[in-house]
Design a protein around this ligand. Sequence first.
Ligand SMILES: [Zn+2]
Length: 259
Amino acid sequence: MASTLIADLTWYDFAERVKEDPIVFLPIGSVEQHGPHLPLATDTLLPLAVAQQVADRVGGLVAPPVAYGYKSQPKSGGGNHFPGTLSLDAGVLIGLVRNIVNELVRHGVRRIVLFDGHMENQWFLVEAADLALRDQAMLGRTDVRIVKLGYWEFITKATEKVLFPDGFPSWELEHAAVMETSVMLHIRPDLVREELIPDDPAADFPPYDIYPFDTRPIPPTGVLSSAKAASAAKGEAVLAQVVPDIADALIKAFEAPTS
Ligand SMILES: [Zn+2]
């Protein structure tokens, strides 16, 4: 079967595939600490893998990912101060994603998914989508549609129970914890240092932020809740549920009228 990765195609392949009006996925990740056991690219590797599987189902294409993201926030990513966390200023991320969307549209793509792997990116992806649609409207083009999603938001209550039989902390505290570690154990076990998986208690943050941030509530490993219960089987269960659900949701989202 032909590759779903745009980076693997020739320009001839790309031109042919675009004629079929494919859904094009742009994974957007980060270079961010993910504890002592997961690689810095975790937030890019996960949405890339999920997007590829969804693209296989819907006949879509996956653009080369944006491998950098917005600044890691202490309450959802441990914070920007950890070594190796290489982050973008908001304006750079907005401009980059807006530029890539406009380039895809210039070459005939009309259905685009901003496939987020890093929670901190979300509002800047909204802004990039809004500005790209405004650019296109000013060119008289109103047939472009963009969907923005975070794959973790598709995890159902039933799958949540599989992941966290003893209770779910929160998606913010899930940083480098059970879900991300489990999916990495499933898709890239070669990159997981299983012997170093931490068992930190969940971080306890105050309900306000202070700048410069008080780093004391952040566990020294950078992992915001225990990852001990992670397993490859749980990771497989997550993908078995979210991949078909995202595919179904996208087919509906791109078919439904928006006004
Ligand atoms: Zn992550």
